[in-house]
Design a protein around this ligand. Structure first.
Ligand SMILES: [Zn+2]
Length: 139
């Protein structure tokens, strides 16, 4: 239990630092084996400001950044982006649910990109085990 709390606070600290440094994900894609990866620039007070770091997601362990520091700011920026992504998916799910139970869909629902929503759903399933890992604080 203590380990999990310790891990969790390391993650929280990384997210905090990323927010303070205004680090943001500037690109993303997938590795050949389907894992997601993200590009995050170095902050102004790092050795090489603006240098892009590659953060790779793993299914069995925590995200890996090529700067090789444990739970670095770049990983923090990626986790913040994933949290924002998850809350957007939650919003979409609520709009869909509301549309299913009402005769008049809300304008927000009509603006949804159905193809993108379907793609996101596929990605969700692929990333589900990663979320379990993060939530378990298994760093
Ligand atoms: Zn890093």
């Amino acid at each position: 239990m203590a380990m999990a709390l310790h891990g969790l606070s390391a993650v929280e600290r990384a997210c905090e630092r990323a927010t303070l440094a205004q680090l943001d994900v500037v690109g993303q894609g997938r590795m050949r084996d389907g894992r997601r990866c993200f590009l995050v620039p170095s902050s102004a007070d790092e050795a090489e400001p603006g240098r892009l770091h590659v953060v790779e997601m793993h299914h069995t362990r925590h995200p890996h950044c090529d700067c090789s520091r444990p739970v670095c700011d770049h990983v923090g920026a990626v986790l913040m982006a994933l949290v924002a992504e998850a809350s957007e998916r939650q919003r979409v799910a609520e709009l869909v649910e509301a549309a299913l139970t009402s005769e008049i869909p809300s304008p927000d629902f009509l603006e949804l990109d159905a193809e993108k929503a379907a793609r996101d759903w596929q990605n969700d399933r692929r990333d589900a085990d990663r979320w379990e890992l993060i939530e378990a604080g298994n760093w």
